[in-house]
Design a protein around this ligand. Structure first.
Ligand SMILES: [Zn+2]
Ligand SMILES: [Zn+2]
Length: 182
């Protein structure tokens, strides 16, 4: 087992370093987290299990857990939510200079799995984790599924207070922006 504490700058594991029984890696460093895409709050933990499948192929199974911090897309309130997910990635190293090796016996038909082709037989762990977070990020960021958003007329947060506006009472992102400018 490899444990990496805060402060590590990168983590690269070559396929040769992975024993036949697999390699478990626990990462508490969080420098890799793509905060420019979405901010995290509190600690980030990532656990990873690397397994060799043949000479040029490694299966990475893992879990990432943290909290994300964002403004709700509908009501604009600041929100912190737990963010955790499992992932599975198939890493395949190309032969030097060769075309991508596509094997026909992929056993990933029933569960979706990314296949990543890499130039060298090494796992760039931080790059992989970052990529997984970007893939798993929610497209729509809501404080709750049933968020009622802002009133399109008066701009009130309708989760907090039901206003009396009639007619066009639907949330409009433009009126929310107008409200912010004032
Ligand atoms: Zn909301
Ligand atoms: Zn209103």
């Amino acid at each position: 087992m490899v444990s990496l504490a805060k402060g590590a700058v990168f983590l690269r594991i070559t396929f040769d370093e992975i024993p036949d029984s697999g390699l478990r890696v626990n990462i508490t460093d969080q420098s890799w987290f793509p905060d420019r895409e979405i901010n995290h709050s509190g600690p980030v933990t990532a656990s990873l299990f690397l397994e060799r499948i043949g000479i040029r192929r490694v299966l990475a199974t893992g879990r990432i857990e943290t909290q994300i911090f964002f403004n709700c897309d509908r009501c604009l309130e600041e929100t912190i939510q737990p963010f955790g997910f499992d992932f599975q990635t198939d890493l395949e190293a190309n032969e030097k200079g060769g075309a991508p090796v596509i094997e026909k016996d992929h056993s990933c038909k029933e569960n979706e799995m990314d296949v990543i082709y890499i130039d060298e037989p090494a796992v760039e762990v931080f790059d992989m984790l970052e990529q997984q977070v970007i893939l798993a990020m929610p497209r729509k960021r809501l404080c709750s599924e049933g968020c009622k958003g802002l009133c399109g007329t008066c701009g009130k947060n309708r989760n907090v207070e039901e206003c009396r506006c009639t007619g066009e009472n639907k949330y409009s992102p433009f009126s929310a922006l107008e409200k912010l400018k004032q």
